[in-house]
Design a protein around this ligand. Sequence first.
Ligand code: SDX
Length: 388
Amino acid sequence: MATFAKGLEGVTAAETRMSFIDGEKGILEYVGIPIDDLARNSTFEETVFLLWNCRLPTKGELADFTQQLRSRYALPAGMKERILSVPKNAQPMHMLRTMVSALSMHDPDPNSVEVHKVREKALNVLAQVPAIIAMFDRNRRGLPLVDPDPKLTFAENFLYMLNGVKPSPAVARAFDICMILHADHGLNNSTFSSRVVISTLSDTYSALTAAIGSLRGPLHGGANEEVMEMLFEIEDIAKKEGKDVMSIIEPFIMDKLARRHEGARIMGFGHRVYKTIDPRATFLKTFAKQIATDTGNLELYEISSRIEQIMAREVGAKGIYPNVDFYSATTYHSIGLKLDLFTPMFAMSRVSGWAGHVIEQLSDNRLYRPKAEYVGPHAAPYIPIDKR
Ligand code: SDX
């Protein structure tokens, strides 16, 4: 008789061949390859092939996969008009959830769950999410839309469509690495959501839409935006009080920690699985320092580093360390991304992980239907309304 595990904490609800996490040792591997090695040596395109095929591609296979992805960058006819009709003040994650769902209406066979067809649908969504986000953002800024360029890599193409100019190799590489680091991560809430939905043999678009809805939550993918808000808040307090920003940090963090039993959280810290530093945060920290230095954002990095020191002293013993969102915030800000696009960046990458899990679920499906422990009354009388 399975016991009740709130939040399914500690419950194994699927098998996967894509990512392995050791929360005690702070290890993350994609198909057995340490995340650091992939971040240093791979590309997002190669990483997606690895996740979807459970092996690295040959040179020819990578060229073919890259060509397949690039040939799908352009949006289906009618989607641009739909994006232009979105209110300019719509929140990007609500826009993205809606537009990915809308892609299903441009698919003549949206409901097929044959694995080879699901791969095609996943490839289309992965290829087109960058254009959806970039076109929405340029439209709300009153700028002309920029069509995708199939000669560019996934990272270059997104930044080109967003900014209207091709990114520097350094910025493109930084973004590519962020995409690698965010691609997959076991049975996190949004990935679990995608598997739950596809387990009813619903469709790829419904599964991915559900995952986007989950990722928006501040306890999950929405944390990176909240981290940036926190760094800005600290800078604003320092300016208002005319104090050195470094003197604000300790009281700010200690106050939040004092209220953690009321639910206050220092965003970008803690993790359901990692009880040591998230290896993605370790990689991003080095990265963030370099990019922040190169782009004149060193103060944000130094505030982050100080917060990390205080948190290590105060709650490190409880296994609360930086997670992937803590230093991705400074990295995204340093490469010029608007704050409310941070979580869409997470989604842009994680579409690859979600799709891989959808395919895994379909390959050995069992409908998800856990139980709920009934704790209400029994044999209750029906009291007529005029007697209540
Ligand atoms: C992601 O699952 C994944 O893999 C997700 C992800 C992925 O790649 O998909 O890794 C991406 O979502 C990273 C997490 C981003 N979220 C945040 O940064 C939000 C802040 N973090 C917390 O909300 C929290 O750490 C969670 C939600 C991430 C994990 O929470 P748990 O496992 O439910 O832990 P909990 O909230 O029950 O806290 C356990 C204890 C509590 O202390 P006590 O009440 O027992 O004394 O740790 C404390 C909490 O107060 N705690 C924190 C804290 N996180 C946990 N205290 C202050 N600040 C925090 N951030």
